[in-house]
Write a protein that binds this ligand. Structure first.
Ligand code: OOB
Length: 568
């Protein structure tokens, strides 16, 4: 038995760790729990089952020790191995002085070690803080500071970027950050240790309770530094279980983590945790391009994966161009994270020989899916419906009044796996949660009579042109039908007279044939679109800037305009 109380950083020596958490741990202070009546309801309804992620892994390992749990280009671990490796690391972390409740930044690419590390932290009761490989010092320092992180786990060089050096810089600026652990690193920065030094003989650990916070996720926030999102074992495991059910995962599932695995979508919708919940296998691709991912799909026999729309477009085009990889094992392709335009959605199934599933979700909780047996109209034209009958949704106007059924408005939600507040961030809470604790998603949606949602955009993505509101998504859909346009993004640009003008960023199909403002406007007009929705400017770009998970970054395009990108 390891007793964490001996590590008395908080002057709490000899106090058992549960008491440490109750008395002093800032995780609890920064975490907004569900109201007691709702929490009781979610337990009564068997949403929250009192299991932890560590319990799930150990149970799967006991049931099917020899089944493959994790695969990457260098490793293949069975459930028994994954269970042992994570217990061993959990014990090593405890020896290092990491105690339950401590926050540990995890910045790893898609590789097997990600899975053993997060399960080790889950078993110990320390909280991974899920950073993306694309994050740099400007994001990591404030994240580590807000989390008061004790440790950081990362790798050496990946895709020609030196993560160890980055982590050392972050450590040097964040006072709480005492330990730097590296996976696979040839030259360790000063004071850093190799992860392999912490593979101890597993000892019995007290472990967390299901109601405890399991990790800190980062908001997908389109502006500023990501906000921290605390999720409990109870609530997150419920979302994982329901996702695995909705996505029909089983022991034969091979889920390929194509998007950065620390993101909520590949993590839990149903993602790697869903695959493990179902007793299937998790496979990893180090990068999401068809050149890397297609051969791995064939090699690992991948059955399901998830992509953001720009990648789905790339994969579809590659398949349409006659890529010869054998993708016949792939049954389901999920697309989510940003609106998948109908034009693309229609092409995905035929091109890749898959069932398309649209996924509309958020790190704060709510996840909607189209179902695998939905009619094609639902799959192509909607973003699905909530995964749980216990999700509560409302569509409200800017005054918080519910709109008429079928009307378009702001989506707010509460439920058994949607947070009640950000971690330690009352200012953000005041903006993002109603007085009753419902989460304001920031998304503009309508709900069809069949219950499926159609996402019209984010509140900030509408261009207000002299009082006329233009939906970026709507105009983008028109531009995508233009024969010379491969992809398009509409943003508002400040205008002294109108308030905002409409700027269309377009990526051409053929770089030699650049669409002009005149051709774009006459094309949109020919589709019967109102004159006030015509783009004022067209900027032709070779590629779009991306967020850390690969969504097209409107924020960066707005910045490019502010910095003087000129159109025609
Ligand atoms: C996922 O999570 P985040 O936290 O990175 O971003 C959430 C936001 C949503 O509020 C919405 O604005 C947008 O991303 N979004 C979509 C969408 N899926 C997400 N907008 C339109 N259509 C969709 N299908 O992105 C995320 C988390 C779990 C599962 C899937 C995505």
């Amino acid at each position: 038995m390891v007793t964490f109380a001996y590590i008395d950083r908080r002057d709490c020596s000899k106090i058992r760790w549960k008491e440490v958490l109750d008395l002093t741990d800032p995780v609890l202070a920064g975490f907004t729990p569900w109201p007691a009546d709702l929490a009781q309801r979610y337990r009564d309804q068997n949403c929250w089952t009192s299991e932890t992620f560590g319990d799930v892994l150990t149970a799967r390992a006991a049931a099917a020790p020899d089944r493959i749990a994790v695969l990457d280009d260098a490793n293949s671990w069975t459930y028994a191995e994954l269970d042992h490796r994570s217990s061993s690391l959990a014990t090593g972390f405890a020896r290092l002085g990491i105690v339950p409740g401590d926050r540990v930044l995890v910045q790893l690419p898609n590789r097997a070690e990600f899975v053993e590390v997060i399960f080790a932290l889950f078993k110990l009761g320390a909280l991974p803080v899920f950073c993306l490989p694309a994050h740099r010092k400007a994001e990591l320092v404030p994240i580590a500071g807000a989390a008061a992180a004790e440790a950081m786990i990362t790798c050496g060089t990946h895709q020609r970027f030196d993560y160890a050096a980055l982590a050392a810089q972050v450590r040097d600026e964040v006072e709480s950050l005492r330990h730097l652990l590296l996976v696979d690193c040839e030259s360790l920065p000063q004071g850093a240790r190799h992860l392999d030094e912490y593979r101890d003989t597993p000892a019995e650990l007290a472990g967390p309770s299901a109601g405890d916070v399991a990790f800190l996720q980062l908001s997908g926030g389109s502006t500023g530094i990501p906000k921290l999102i605390a999720r409990t074992h109870d609530d997150y495991l419920y979302s994982v279980r329901r996702s695995a059910e909705v996505c029909e995962l089983d022991q034969d599932t091979v889920y390929l983590a194509t998007l950065p695995v620390a993101h909520n979508f590949p993590m839990s919708s149903p993602g790697i945790l869903g695959a493990i919940w179902a007793g299937g296998a998790v496979a990893m691709t180090p990068d999401p391009t068809p050149a890397t991912a297609f051969p791995l799909i064939e090699w690992f026999g991948v059955t399901i994966t998830g992509l953001v729309p720009p990648l789905a477009r790339l994969w579809t085009e590659r398949a349409e161009a006659g890529d010869t990889a054998d993708l016949s094992s792939l049954r389901v392709l999920q697309v989510g994270g940003a609106r998948c335009q109908d034009e693309l959605a229609r092409r995905i199934g035929p091109a890749l020989g898959v069932t398309l599933q649209q996924v509309f979700g958020m790190a704060e909780g709510l996840v909607c899916y189209t179902r695998l047996d939905d009619p094609i109209d639902v799959v192509v034209s909607t973003q699905g419906r909530p995964m749980s009958e216990h999700d509560q949704l409302a569509v409200v106007d800017d005054n918080g009044v519910e709109v008429a059924p079928g009307g378009t408005g702001n989506l707010i939600t509460q439920g058994p796996y949607t947070i009640r507040g950000y971690y330690n961030n009352p200012d953000a809470d005041a903006r993002s949660f109603t007085a009753q604790g419902w989460y304001r998603t920031g998304d503009i949606v309508s709900v069809r009579p069949d219950g499926n949602l159609v996402v019209a955009g984010r509140a900030g993505d509408w261009v207000n042109r002299g009082g006329e509101k233009v939906s970026a998504e709507e105009l983008e859909a028109h531009l995508l039908e233009h024969p010379a346009v491969r992809d398009a993004v509409i943003v508002g640009t400040p205008d002294p007279v109108l308030g905002q003008r409409i700027c269309a960023f377009v990526q051409p199909v053929d770089p030699a044939q650049r669409p002009t403002l005149i051709s774009v406007r006459s094309f949109v007009r020919s589709r019967g679109v109102a004159a006030w929705k015509m783009p004022d400017t067209v900027v032709v770009v070779d590629e779009f800037p991306e967020t850390g998970v690969g969504k097209t970054s409107r924020k960066d395009l707005r910045q490019a305009l502010a910095d003087g990108a000129h159109g025609k």
